[in-house]
Design a protein around this ligand. Structure first.
Ligand code: SF4
Length: 373
């Protein structure tokens, strides 16, 4: 399949660099990248903050196009998505670089790397779709580093995946402009947005970005797209885990997005520039979940810990346990289509048709690496 933006085949594109979308030349001779709210002004021969969008002789090039830093088959619960085809596997990959500067980055070996510093595997959209199908995946996840910065590649793969009957999952911090959002999400079926905290101070100093554009993306996804949305907040001890901040986040989610958007609170481990802090205690995650429930969030989960209750989907009407999980594994599945089998309430999400309670597709929760070649 030729590239949607250039019309070139993958082989032709690789012969030359891949031209980016969402930029324009400025009077000062630099290029303005309008893909994310950072709005980098990029001089000749230089790359933007994310490392992988570069001004090459007056045209913006997407250096990450066609270059993955490795493929894995993951449970969809690892994205995390708990209300999107539970128990299925998704082919997952990323490239290099990132448009945020999180001091706690849990994937910093790829997010802080330049594309030429990482061993990458070259793959066309059709090759990646073929790998997903051969691996028995329900879809493809654009993940590990933020796919916003390699959106041209993600869009081309997603278009080919949809044609082949696969789903597309976009795992992002949601730091993207209103100009680029509709194109990026055109072929996406589900997304998990990493809402990194709920104060501008935290966003500014710990992630080197801003909160408001992320809230705008969340509202757009919920109200102006058909993409299934879940939210994750990594709770960092002493930085974004106060009762007040969690309460404000959850109150905003319920009022701006509604009570049915699943919220995941996950545990931080010391990494990158934040190795002086302890791991998030399980009690902090339980506290956050309690606050969320008090604020009216109907589906709140905890992650990166073992917590049977905090990882179970309960019917908000009758309280029945519908999907029981342990970490990323599904232990029991009682949904009948999208309904509670006991009180027949509809559970929001994208679920398998009919009664799957005895099916063998339940995942053990593991992951494995795969390769194109
Ligand atoms: S996508 Fe990259 S180059 Fe473009 S504005 Fe954002 S950080 Fe800068």
């Amino acid at each position: 399949m030729p590239c949607a933006s250039t019309g070139l085949t993958f082989e032709r594109m690789n012969a030359s660099a891949h031209e980016a979308r969402w930029w324009r030349p400025l009077a000062n001779g630099k290029l303005l990248c309008t893909l994310c709210p950072r709005l980098c002004e990029i001089p000749e021969g230089k790359a933007g903050f994310c490392f992988i969008r570069k001004n090459v002789t007056g045209r913006l090039q997407s250096l990450g196009y066609g270059k993955s830093t490795g493929f894995a088959v993951d449970p969809v619960e690892k994205k995390p998505l708990n209300h999107f085809l539970p128990g299925t596997m998704v082919l997952s990959f990323g490239t290099a670089g990132c448009n945020l500067g999180c001091k706690f980055c849990q994937n910093w070996d790829i997010s802080k790397a330049r594309i030429d510093e990482r061993r990458s595997e070259e793959g066309s959209p059709d090759q990646i779709v073929g790998l997903a199908l051969r691996s028995g995946c329900s879809g493809i996840a654009y993940t590990y580093n933020d796919p916003v910065i390699w959106a041209e590649y993600a869009i081309d793969i997603a278009a080919a995946a949809r044609e082949a009957g696969l789903k597309n999952v976009f795992v992002s911090a949601g730091y993207v402009t209103a100009e680029a959002r509709p194109e990026i999400y055109r072929y996406m079926d589900a997304t998990n947005i990493d809402l990194k905290g709920f104060t501008e101070d935290f966003y500014r100093h710990v992630t080197l970005s801003h909160l408001e554009p992320v809230r705008e993306t969340l509202a757009w996804l919920r109200h102006e797209s058909n993409v299934w949305l879940e939210i994750t907040t990594l709770l960092i001890p002493g930085r974004n885990d106060s009762d007040r901040e969690i309460t404000e986040e959850c109150e905003w989610i319920v009022s701006a997005l509604g009570p049915d958007v699943p919220v995941h609170f996950t545990a931080f481990h010391p990494d990158f520039k934040m190795t002086d802090l302890p791991r998030t205690p399980a009690a902090t995650l339980r506290r956050a979940r309690e606050i969320a429930r008090r604020c009216g969030v109907r589906y709140c989960y905890v992650g990166n810990v073992h917590d049977a209750e905090g990882q179970t989907t309960f019917c908000p009407s009758c309280g029945s346990a519908l999907i029981q999980r342990d970490w990323h594994a599904i232990l029991s599945y009682r949904l009948d289509g999208d309904r509670c089998p006991d009180c027949r309430s509809v559970i929001p999400g994208v679920f398998h048709a009919g009664d799957h309670s005895a099916d063998s597709w339940r995942t053990g929760g593991g992951r494995w690496r795969v390769s194109l070649h």
